[in-house]
Design a protein around this ligand. Structure first.
Ligand code: ADP
Length: 204
């Protein structure tokens, strides 16, 4: 693969974004940027960000945009993000998506694909209950699913309008899903044959 992978994962909590993002990050040698993980680390270390974010995370609400936007701007400017990235958990509402689009334009790092990992609701609830993270209590899960439907699902349309949307069935074995994802990334990032023809030489 000759071009940078820059991909955004959409899809409800429990769709398998984290699992898949980890696989792809390893395969392509690029960072997996999970805003949920960054927040959980900040909370564990009780940084200022962690202290401000904790109540939102515990309730299954979105952390406020002012905190999230600073975080993502800093993260995308780190050295390891220059060669590509996988975004997992950001953007999560239209304001974040607008901000990201502008930021990536400034950094010259336009996202190439947004992948919607689709999994039916009934399966999601079971997956999350089995995972048993601190914010995986049934009430909090229900709230996260509601927040997803209200605030995050509209991003599917946002990226469809920009011709970046790919939908992938997430209700299959992890390896099968990874295979579908690599097919999408590699089809879209290898140089198209049309551009490979050598230019007609001038002169002699
Ligand atoms: P899940 O995929 O199970 O929803 P995440 O690990 O992505 O979990 O996120 C956990 C929590 O972190 C969210 O419920 C939310 O409180 C917070 N969070 C993560 N990313 C964002 C974001 N982009 N904007 C606001 N809050 C976020």
């Amino acid at each position: 693969m000759t071009q940078a992978v820059r991909v955004i994962f959409l899809g409800p909590p429990g769709a398998g974004k984290g699992t898949q993002a980890k696989q792809l990050a390893e395969r392509y040698g690029i960072p997996h940027i999970s805003t949920g993980e960054i927040l959980r680390n900040a909370i564990a270390q009780s940084t200022l960000l962690g202290q401000k974010a904790q109540a939102y995370v515990d309730r299954g609400e979105l952390v406020t945009d002012d905190l999230m936007l600073d975080m993502i701007r800093e993260r995308l400017q780190e050295q390891d993000a220059k060669n590509g990235w996988i975004l997992d958990g950001f953007p999560r509402n239209v304001a974040q998506a607008d901000f990201l689009e502008q930021l990536l334009g400034e950094l010259n790092q336009e996202a190439k694909q947004a992948i919607n990992l689709e999994v039916p609701d009934g399966i999601i609830l079971n997956r999350l209950l089995q995972r048993g993270r601190k914010d995986d209590q049934e009430d909090t899960i229900r709230r996260r699913l509601e927040v997803y439907r209200e605030q995050t699902a509209p991003l599917i349309e946002f990226y469809r309008q920009r011709d970046k949307l790919y939908s992938v069935d997430g209700d299959r074995s992890p390896d099968t899903v990874t295979q579908s994802l690599t097919d999408i990334l590699e089809a879209a990032t290898s140089p198209s044959n049309g551009n490979c023809a050598s230019a007609p030489s001038e002169g002699s």
